[in-house]
Design a binder for this molecule. Structure first.
Ligand SMILES: *Cc1c(COP(=O)(O)O)cnc(C)c1O
Ligand SMILES: [Zn+2]
Length: 480
């Protein structure tokens, strides 16, 4: 098969309500079920036709596409048939998202944690978080509706803990004047870098009082009453794009994820839904023969999904929580929109992989910060949510959830640079009381100020010598 030929398969996507089970055709945009307000997942009605192709043929096809020089097959759409096989090549937006590196921890860090582990660096996506995977798919869908004349423009809108808005604004800026972007942010609860991103992309930025959950309610109201295109993960096209994360890990593993444990931080629960859905799809197509373990991680300051699964199965009940401040700020969500998706997908997953196949863990703010800084001390670029995953791995080991030889693949969901303010607060011991974080001295670092005044001409030699002396003393250098 020529890897430069665009796939010929076309499916038929349908929205399936996770509340009442009713199905709606995929050719319109739906965010919530008209009958019961439930959230959707998109399913390919023609999936049986994909199942007629044997697993090894799929594996070979995707491996050959690695060689493709087509931009539209470089990113998440390497897995076109499994994502949104209703889009045409001219619809697909590619800004360099997906195919992020998996970086094995060095032997020192693996020794410290006593486990084989790797980070998948989602911060190396174009807007520096995994949100670009879902956005590439959602915007490609909007492009297709512009192409067919179903719409002549879109005003897109989203609530965000910082990364959804950065990503949405970037794709809208690229898509051109037919797609405008407005974003709603909780004031003071996104990092300066995350606020700068949509401003730089030219989006309309609104800062609201409250937390993410408050912004989300306003966005839902706007989407209900006005003709706006919702780009939160309620939009199930985003979930489809984010499934590429699972496909890439499977391909990176040589399509063998038997002894692999995937750690994912949970906020609004879109990403964990996509990871579960993605691996299930691979299993149903026999592209993988066994499912990996999937372990969701929540901070104790925003833990509604942990609380749900902590209860005995027969009598579980779900309740939103009031969030407290968290260093895993991108996951600081008390009422995750995708909870019904998780519930349905986790059930399907556990049916195939056993009870242990999907689990949810809770970690403290102290553990999140210590783990973030520890990872980066060993050459990683973990954001605080990546640190949350490492903290989750340590907790999973303590609870005997994973085997000693399991490879833990941790999601560093964004780039560490977006979350520098938390590192600074740690180094300077300035975390507000509510985080309950006490910095560990061995993880702290600070610049050392050197005294003196730069000189030119004849005095410059004295300046260099005096300055060098301070550095020599600081490093304890001896003449060699
Ligand atoms: C959005 C986000 C999360 C949480 O993902 P959900 O899909 O909302 O569960 C975690 N980390 C980062 C960096 C994010 O931007
Ligand atoms: Zn419904």
């Amino acid at each position: 098969m020529d890897p430069n030929t665009f796939p010929s398969y076309r499916g038929e996507l349908e929205y399936v309500c996770q509340g009442c089970g009713v199905r709606y055709p995929g050719d319109r945009l739906y965010y919530a079920c008209p009958a019961c307000s439930g959230v959707f997942l998109l399913e390919d009605k023609a999936f049986r036709r994909l199942q007629e192709t044997p697993g090894p043929v799929w594996r070979k096809t995707f491996d050959q596409r690695r060689q493709s020089s087509r931009p539209d097959l470089q990113g998440i759409f390497r897995f076109y048939e499994l994502i949104a096989p209703v889009l045409e090549p001219e619809d697909l937006l590619y800004l360099g998202e997906g195919q992020t590196p998996v970086v094995m921890a060095n032997s020192e860090l693996q020794g410290r944690i006593d486990q084989p582990l790797a980070f998948k660096n989602e911060g190396q996506n174009p807007s520096a978080s995994f949100k670009d995977r879902g956005m590439a798919c959602a915007f490609s869908r909007l492009q297709s509706m512009l192409r067919t004349g179903q719409h002549d423009h879109f005003l897109t809108i989203c609530a965000s803990t910082g990364d959804t808005s950065a990503s949405a604004a970037m794709y809208a800026a690229y898509a051109g004047p037919a797609i405008l972007s407005a974003v709603l942010l909780p004031r003071g609860k996104v990092t300066p870098q995350q606020l700068a991103q949509p401003l730089g992309s030219g989006a309309r930025v609104f800062e609201l009082p409250g937390v993410f959950d408050d912004c989300m309610r306003v966005v839902e109201y706007l989407a209900e009453h006005y003709p706006v295109a919702l780009l939160n993960s309620k939009n199930s096209w985003r979930i489809l794009g984010q499934e590429s994360y699972a496909f890439e890990i499977a391909q990176w593993s040589g399509w063998d994820v038997r002894n692999t444990a995937i750690f994912v931080p949970i906020g609004n629960a879109g990403n964990i839904s996509a990871v579960l859905a993605g691996f299930l799809k691979l299993k149903r197509l026999q592209i993988i023969t066994q499912l990996p373990k999937v372990i969701g991680v929540q901070t104790a300051h925003a833990d509604p999904i942990f609380r749900y699964y902590e209860q005995p199965e027969a009598s579980r009940s779900y309740a939103p929580v009031q969030v407290k401040a968290s260093a895993a700020q991108a996951a600081m969500i008390g009422n995750p929109v995708s909870f019904p998706r998780v519930k349905a997908l986790a059930k399907a997953y556990q049916r195939l992989a056993g009870e242990q196949g999907f689990q949810v863990l809770r970690v403290t703010e102290q553990e999140i910060m210590d783990s973030t800084l520890l990872a980066n001390r060993f050459g990683h670029i973990a954001c605080t949510q990546g640190g949350e995953c490492l903290a989750g791995l340590r907790a999973a080991k303590a609870l005997g959830m994973i085997a000693p030889r399991d490879l833990a693949v941790l999601a560093s969901t964004a780039h560490s640079l977006k979350f520098q303010n938390f590192q600074n607060m740690y180094f300077q011991d300035r975390f507000p009381e509510e985080y309950r974080i006490t910095p560990r001295p061995e993880l702290i670092n600070a610049p050392q100020a050197i005294a003196g005044t730069p000189k030119t001409g004849g005095d410059s030699r004295a300046f260099v010598r005096e300055t060098a002396q301070q550095i020599i003393a600081g490093l304890g250098l001896k003449p060699g």
